[in-house]
Write a protein that binds this ligand. Structure first.
Ligand SMILES: C[S@@+](CC[C@H](N)C(=O)[O-])C[C@H]1O[C@@H](n2cnc3c(N)ncnc32)[C@H](O)[C@@H]1O
Length: 272
């Protein structure tokens, strides 16, 4: 395996942080080289400097797509941090259902990985509204920077082990068995999620309307504090008054750094 010098590590990690927000400390050297070693071997690069030059000069976009797929951590699962979903169903949906003027719910799963989070939300919404769901436009926007995970999400096919945490009645209503190992989500649920590639480091967030709820869970743990504060400010400006921000349970917001009000662990609200 090729080794990375301190200078090469600094060059590559500064590029990654500036463009994708992901902050890799010196302790992550082995992780970074491990994740990229196949790419360097397969493409016959002689050093990390050669690889870096390729990244910054490649006009096809492929170099960056592969880099992002390798450096992002995409771990996720259905019903992850379940108390968030319980709160969403018990408090957020009833609030939105009674205050929405035009039966339009705007929910964003930012850093959606392979789709388990937005699809969990789509199942909750469908189950909550039941027969009345047809009167609501409650499509979920789900974004990520990794093409690899977005491809998985779009397919909506999951290992049976991966859907074990889902209530049995939802498995029956929202999944069809595709074979012994895998199940596929029904079109009804798949069509409720709109996937887009979007880098949360972009200066401009091109959304015409504000969101009632933003989920950005287990994404900002990879960012430094300054990047996180800047991003949370953008989320705040994009949240409807009375709307919510959900972050991961291992993350928190310092009350001096945000106008969101703390509701419960990892849940924040913009005042009405
Ligand atoms: C650990 S997963 C979290 C998935 C899901 N939200 C959850 O909590 O289970 C983090 C995701 O954030 C995405 N991500 C990291 N940096 C990003 C950026 N700058 N813009 C958009 N997505 C990013 C990664 O590609 C990855 O899929």
């Amino acid at each position: 395996m090729l080794t990375i010098s301190d200078k090469e590590f600094k060059q590559l990690t500064e590029y990654i942080k500036a463009n994708y927000g992901i902050y890799l400390k010196a302790e992550k050297k082995a992780l970074l080289t491990g994740r990229l070693s196949n790419v360097l071997t397969e493409q016959k690069f002689m050093s990390f400097s050669d690889y870096f030059n390729y990244i910054i000069t490649d006009k096809t976009g492929n170099a960056v797509i592969t880099l992002i797929d390798k450096i992002t951590t995409n771990h996720t699962f259905f019903m992850r941090e379940e108390d968030h979903f319980n709160f969403f169903r018990a408090k957020v949906l009833p609030y939105l259902a009674t205050t929405s003027k035009d039966k339009d719910l705007r929910i964003w799963s930012a850093g959606c990985s392979s789709g388990e989070e937005p699809y969990t939300l789509a199942m909750i919404i469908d189950d909550y509204f039941g027969m009345d769901k047809k009167w609501w436009d409650a499509k979920i926007l789900a974004t990520d920077i990794s093409s690899k995970v977005l491809d998985i999400a779009l397919k909506g096919v999951y290992n049976n082990e991966g859907i074990a945490t889902i209530p049995a009645s939802w498995k029956n209503s929202y999944f069809e068995k595709s074979n012994k190992e895998k199940s596929v989500l029904t079109n009804k649920i798949r069509n409720e999620v709109i996937y887009r590639k979007f880098n949360l480091m972009n200066e401009v967030f091109p959304f015409k309307r504000k969101f009632h709820t933003i989920f950005c869970r287990n994404v900002m743990i990879y960012f430094d504090n300054e990047t996180k504060i800047k991003l949370v400010k953008k989320f705040y400006d994009l949240t409807e008054p009375g709307g919510y921000l959900f972050i991961g349970h291992s993350e928190s917001l310092n009350r001096n750094d945000t106008q969101y009000k703390y509701v419960m662990p990892a849940v924040y609200r913009k005042e009405t």
